[in-house]
Design a protein around this ligand. Structure first.
Ligand code: ZN
Length: 490
């Protein structure tokens, strides 16, 4: 690859040059959703941030195997392995089989991702489909002496691990500080230390999502699936692991500890974390009452929304911030994003109509280079967008006859917009990209053409049939000097 890409590695806390283990192949693992509710803006941000990474690495020639999991078992309500399984709880409340809950929300997640033009991962494994791999991993960790059994559950021995490794190396935490900050154990607890995490949990009689294991019926701890599935599909050491910042601790910290014990080495070369979305500076959450799902954004059906926002507006809004910056939601910010997005698309249309001159008075190569430089600097999408707007200014000036562009530069500018607007940023014109409106427009044009042909050949039967049938559908056709125009009557 001629591109030298810098990635901010959460593990080393600095930008590092991206050198894959086995170029041109790249292994990319991203923690996907726990499917017990509708996707919200936070889900969109994680998915779009790593979609951008996936798209750019692909665009510059890497062959990326992108694994994004579906958590459908083992994610309890509380980070301390307490409370009910989130999916089992939803199933109980809605009187459904847990896998019905999983299917329902997985389908809805997929449809939201399609709307946002997020590319499908290469592999989308489910935790419940990899119980055997997770049990094998628990066995390995037990055999290495870094886990213990307690009442049919298996816990990772964090204090023991920390004697020879640094538990907290990713999140920058220090175990001694964590010790003094955690509540004292009441003696009822099965764990040696409150920060020990479950590798396997014994299922209580009422727990329906359960599998047999050497330690009795139970289910895997949440952190296990990502260690087991990333290793299965990407190997013991792979290039990039991504996820939201909220997953850094304990989820990713635990993943590292599990894999280091099982395989004797660091599993991941580059750890990437996207920042959170806030609403009025506050974290988004169900309990805070400021929780807006993607469907609510698309329909405008929420108290905090002044109106509906299209999926591409949401996508553009997210890409306008760097993935490591916080992003604050407001109606004003979304409306500004929508305006910017439309300006970019309008210029993209104008670009297709530009005519070349003998010489260029503009520097197109600088715009192209600016886009690559921005992406090579830790996937800086706001900088790419700023550079594309430099292109928008140039396009409009050429269109107004104030600047000129050569044929070769026009090809380069078209190419640059195609690569960065469409392929890398994944922005689509919602109307021409196959929205219902454009299909109806196309069909009406066809029908009116047939009617016109019939009139020309004095085939009044066909022409009257079309007029009457359209009328019965409340579609009115008027003949004007410019040709027939149609409208829908109220
Ligand atoms: Zn994960």
């Amino acid at each position: 690859m001629e591109n030298s890409i810098l990635i901010y590695n959460t593990l080393s806390r600095k930008k590092e040059e991206f050198v894959p283990y086995n170029p041109p192949f790249v292994g990319l693992y991203v923690c996907g959703p726990t499917v017990y509710g509708d996707a919200h803006l936070g889900h969109a941000r994680a998915a779009i941030s790593f979609d951008l990474v996936f798209r750019y690495l692909t665009a510059v020639g890497y062959k990326v195997r992108y694994v994004r999991n579906i958590t459908d078992v083992g994610h309890l309500e509380n980070d301390a392995d307490e409370g009910e399984d989130k999916i089992a709880k939803k199933a109980r409340l809605e009187q459904l089989e847990p896998m019905e809950v999983v299917q329902y929300y997985t389908d809805r997640y997929h449809s939201n991702m399609d709307q946002l033009n997020v590319r499908k991962p290469s592999i989308e494994p489910r935790a419940s489909g990899h119980i055997i791999e997770q049990i094998e991993l628990v066995k390995k960790i037990l055999a290495e002496g870094f886990a213990y059994e307690s009442n049919g559950s298996i816990y990772f021995d964090v204090a023991k691990y920390n004697e020879s490794h640094h538990y907290g190396e990713l999140s920058g935490r220090v175990l001694e500080d964590m010790l003094s900050n955690t509540r004292a154990l009441d003696g009822q607890d099965e764990k040696k230390n409150s920060f020990d995490f479950a590798l396997w949990k014994q299922a209580q009689p009422e727990h329906i999502m359960r599998w047999p294991s050497p330690w009795g019926d139970g289910f895997p701890g949440w952190h296990m699936e990502c260690s087991a599935m990333s290793c299965k599909y990407l190997g013991e050491q792979f290039d990039i692991h991504g996820g939201g910042m909220d997953l850094m601790f304990p989820h990713h910290e635990a993943e590292i500890a599990q894999s280091v014990v099982a395989n004797g080495r660091q599993p991941v070369h580059y750890w990437m974390h996207n920042n959170m979305i806030t609403i009025g500076g506050q974290k988004m959450g169900k309990s805070l009452g400021n929780f807006i799902t993607l469907d609510e954004f698309f329909s405008g059906n929420h108290d905090r929304l002044e109106r509906a926002y299209s999926p591409m507006t949401i996508r553009f809004f997210i890409l306008q911030a760097h993935y490591r910056s916080t992003l604050d939601f407001s109606n004003e910010a979304l409306q500004a994003a929508e305006k910017g997005f439309h300006r970019l698309l309008a210029a993209n249309e104008t670009l297709k109509k530009l005519k070349p001159s003998d010489v260029s008075s503009v520097d197109i190569a600088a715009i192209t280079k600016g886009c690559y430089d921005a992406m090579n600097d830790d996937f800086n999408s706001p900088q790419v967008i700023a550079t594309l707007f430099e292109g928008v200014r140039v396009i409009n000036q050429i269109h107004d006859g104030k600047e000129t562009i050569s044929a070769a530069d026009l090809v380069l500018l078209n190419e640059t917009f195609n690569i960065f607007v469409v392929d890398v940023l994944g922005l689509l014109d919602e109307v021409t990209a196959g929205g219902q409106d454009s299909k109806v427009n196309g069909l009406m044009e066809l029908i009116l053409q047939i009617r016109q042909n019939a009139r020309t050949t004095k085939d009044w039967g066909t022409s009257d049939l079309i007029r009457d049938e359209l009328k019965s559908l409340s579609i009115q056709v008027k003949d004007t000097k410019e040709g027939p125009v149609w409208s829908v009557e109220d």
